[in-house]
Design a protein around this ligand. Structure first.
Ligand SMILES: [Zn+2]
Length: 460
């Protein structure tokens, strides 16, 4: 017998211009490599020490980062992207215009929108996404299972959330009766979905969280019972919170207190929760959130397109609030690229507090570690270290758009561009390779998606 050395790992990405691990020490390795075996990162290191591998991919001219994590989305809304009748609306006007269209949601449209949404996210450097699906029309079927089917087909890492609305227009809420459900139905469905799909293993590809839409679309009773159920099932909690000033007025009128006070009153103020937007908390509320450990999914593009305001991201981070990034629903932000969200977070941070307040590394940290913290996957997602998930993005920083950017690859990554991944890898599998989606089904899926979008919007 001859000594053949260690068994080869499945995949090594070697020779990166810079390997950005986003590990606890924020280690960056010029010329570095990452090794993945059985879907998991087994080692990272300096040039010349690469392990033997079944496949080695060159990272020459590229920054290699952990896969980006999307902490807030409404994927079904890609069926009403840039919908003209709602393009000049505030949040509340935009919602009331679209609810009657979204009442058409069924398993076919949930599957198609999820497939397109996950593919789009992979092309923008995301490897994990949550989806906040809160429209469950009567007779629409099992929409969450349809989304999970799309995620599994593509190999995308997915945190489904069982969203809900129980207050319709007749109760003083915003949505029509056709898209709300009663509390008992919502809670029973939530428990069923957790039992059916929530994977508690370290490198889970699918998890489930509970997610009433917002304080103004469910009953107080449902907020309280949802928090109790999440504790009992040990799953995470998500909702929209303090998105714009209209919501402050609405909460004061309906509940007699501000959105954050209500959030605490109904038992949500804990590290089990992460909330979307949170643009309008005051300083005392920000500090309270830091003590709770409640996370925030900052949605820069959506905040800008809806004119919601500048979220206090620097204040959150100073208070110890975990902050991730979300592209938000496709019909409010219209595009779903986490690269774009990271860049916009950097720009908005600097607009609010000046050029020293937010670097490209800060923004990349929100898009990786921050998102992982929102989803409760710290140490597994959003970093490249032994034992973390094998979710990697290879970003080319060469050619015309990066000519002259020779002093810092990470600043170049978010300041130059636009740039799309050369490779997006989830659990060691290529979803995007050489800039193209690997799955051959995209043409057929897009044709079916187009037919549904045209039918919903009444466009021939
Ligand atoms: Zn949202």
């Amino acid at each position: 017998m001859t000594d053949t050395g260690p068994a080869p790992v499945d995949l090594v990405i070697a020779g990166a211009e810079l390997l950005v691990t986003m590990d606890d020490d924020r280690t960056e390795i010029p010329g570095g490599w990452v090794a993945i075996d059985d879907g998991v990162v087994v080692a990272v290191g300096s040039p010349g020490r690469e392990p033997p591998a079944g496949r080695t991919v060159a990272g020459t001219g590229c920054v290699v980062t952990p896969g980006l994590v999307n902490a807030h989305h409404h994927i079904y809304q890609n069926l009403t992207r840039a919908y003209l009748p709602a393009t000049s609306s505030t949040l509340f006007g935009w919602l009331t215009t679209q609810y009657p269209i979204w009442a058409n949601l069924d398993e076919e449209s949930a599957y198609l929108s999820a497939w397109v949404g996950f593919a789009e996210l992979a092309l923008g450097g995301a490897t994990t996404s949550m989806d906040h699906l809160y429209v469950h029309p009567a007779g629409g079927g099992d929409l969450i299972a349809a989304e999970i089917r799309a995620a599994r087909e593509l190999g995308f890492r997915f945190h489904a959330t069982r969203g809900s609305m129980s207050l319709s227009q007749k109760d003083g809420g915003l949505p029509p009766d056709s898209v709300v459900q009663d509390d008992d139905t919502i809670l029973a469905e939530s428990a069923r979905l957790v039992a059916a799909h929530h994977d508690r293993s370290r490198h889970a590809m699918v998890q489930v969280a509970l997610a009433p839409c917002s304080p103004f679309s469910v009953s107080k009773e449902l907020m309280i019972r949802t928090a109790e159920l999440a504790e009992q099932l040990d799953v995470r909690l998500h909702t929209h919170l303090a998105e714009d000033l209209d919501e402050d007025d609405f909460c004061l009128e309906l509940f007699g207190c501000r959105p954050l006070e209500y959030f605490e009153e109904v038992g949500w103020a804990s590290e089990r929760s992460w909330v979307a937007h949170c643009v309008q908390p005051n300083q005392a509320e920000i500090e309270r959130m830091g003590t709770w450990g409640t996370g925030v999914a900052h949605c820069p593009s959506s905040n800008m397109i809806l004119g919601a305001g500048l979220a206090p991201v620097a204040e959150f981070r100073a208070a110890g609030v975990p902050v991730g990034l979300g592209c938000d629903g496709s019909a409010s932000a219209d595009s779903a690229s986490l690269w774009t969200e990271a860049r916009n977070a950097m720009l908005l941070g600097r607009l609010r507090h000046g050029p020293e307040s937010m670097s490209a590394r800060d923004a990349l940290e929100l898009a990786t570690r921050g998102g992982a913290a929102c989803l409760g996957r710290q140490g597994v997602l959003g970093e490249l270290s032994p034992g973390s998930a094998g979710d990697v993005v290879v970003w080319p920083i060469e050619g015309i758009r990066f000519a002259g950017a020779v002093s810092d690859p990470v600043e170049a990554l978010l300041r130059c561009g636009p740039v799309s991944p050369r490779h997006t890898i989830v659990a060691g599998r290529f979803l995007v390779e050489d800039g193209e989606l690997v799955d051959p089904g995209v043409g057929e899926i897009l044709a079916r998606h187009d037919a549904v979008a045209r039918r919903w919007q009444g466009v021939a």
